[in-house]
Design a protein around this ligand. Structure first.
Ligand code: FMN
Length: 209
């Protein structure tokens, strides 16, 4: 985290005026836990960052799996002038196994690694929607996780995402993925008569209580 603070200090002193994303959620650093699973440490770091950083800043979050954790993290994030939250980073420390070789498929951390792609879409959608319901409306949400098609993009926006990120499918398909997903999203919007994402963003329906 000290590296991140030093980098942010350099950015603050530079001519850079774009958006900066602070990664609180890398699951692949050997021997280091994910910062955003430690609520006290997260608040301490954000307090230090906002003591000097004045440019537009957002954070990348790991997935949470419990409403109490959504509540606790949102309460912390709402104390700071963040412009966005990116949910979610990989689902940490899964194992993919090759049954022929009876072996893990990647070398670092004895095969334990962050999981992305279609497996993680339900968890990603839950995190986007839970934070959409809890964060100050000034904090926009980047929906990330399991976006392969325009329908996945549509679902993320229904859950409240204002922007989207594609990781695994970009790795598999290359940069043409963006045009394909966009045209599939536009086709869904045309069928439904939407001309702007604000017409359905965050408007996920439930069955009521
Ligand atoms: C090859 C690869 C490298 C990644 N590296 C980073 C990284 O450096 N920082 C980060 O915040 N997330 C990283 N991620 C996680 C993605 O940004 C994304 O949060 C996650 O994979 C879920 O999205 P997806 O289902 O579209 O892959 C990486 C993902 C992949 C597949």
């Amino acid at each position: 985290m000290q590296d991140n603070i030093e980098t942010l200090k350099k950015l603050e002193d530079s001519d850079f005026h774009g958006f900066t994303e602070l990664n609180l959620s890398c699951p692949n650093v050997v021997g280091k836990p994910q910062v955003a699973y430690d609520f006290e440490l997260t608040e301490k770091i954000l307090t230090e960052v906002f003591s000097f950083f004045t440019k537009p800043l957002g954070v990348k979050l790991p997935p949470y799996f419990d409403p109490a954790h959504f509540d606790q993290m949102a309460t912390i994030l709402n104390k700071f002038p963040l412009v966005f939250v990116n949910a979610i980073n990989s689902v940490g420390n899964g194992l993919i196994i090759d049954p022929e070789k009876e072996q893990v498929v990647i070398k670092p951390k004895e095969g334990f690694g962050g999981i992305g792609g279609e497996y993680i879409k339900p968890t990603a959608l839950a995190n986007v929607h839970a934070f959409y319901q809890r964060l100050n409306p000034t904090i926009q949400i980047i929906g990330t996780g399991g976006i392969v098609s325009g329908q996945d993009a549509f679902e993320h926006i229904l859950c409240g995402a204002s922007m989207l990120q594609i990781g695994t499918q970009l790795y598999k398909e290359g940069p043409l993925v963006f045009d394909r997903v966009l045209s599939e999203l536009e086709a869904i919007m045309n069928t439904k008569g939407y001309t702007n994402i604000e017409q359905f963003r965050g408007k996920l329906k439930t069955f009521g209580e």
